[in-house]
Design a protein around this ligand. Structure first.
Ligand code: ZN
Length: 119
């Protein structure tokens, strides 16, 4: 079993791939099958690539002020944070951590939806 990703399937055929975001210290869960908006995924649970970029907690009516905005590209198991992130990893590229790795989680209740962007 992969240590990087988790797979979650909904009853309606929706499939999400969860990974731990070290910028938000919370999971992100792009939908890769079923439902409406989906990402392209390379099928790799250890070195995932998602296309296009993933935007979480975007500014606007549903923005949660207490949580960071996070905008990233995930490629080959590395996460590249764009500079419009509001957390401390903005502009940096880091390896995705083990899903159960971080001991201290700042935002365990972070469940803001992911948005597909035009990139
Ligand atoms: Zn994030």
């Amino acid at each position: 079993m992969s240590t990087i990703c988790r797979r979650a399937e909904g009853i309606d055929g929706e499939v999400r791939i969860l990974f731990w975001c070290p910028g938000c210290d919370a999971p992100h869960a792009p939908r890769v099958d079923g439902g409406g908006t989906s990402w392209e995924w390379n099928g790799d649970m250890d070195r995932p690539t998602f296309t296009p970029s993933i935007l979480v907690n975007k500014p606007g009516p549903y923005h949660a002020r207490q949580l960071p905005t996070c905008h990233s590209f995930v490629r080959d198991g590395r996460i590249s944070f764009l500079t419009d992130c509001t957390h401390e990893l903005a502009g940096r590229v880091v390896d995705l951590p083990a899903f159960d790795g971080p001991a201290k989680r700042r935002n365990p209740g972070h469940n803001q939806p992911e948005y597909r962007t035009k990139h």
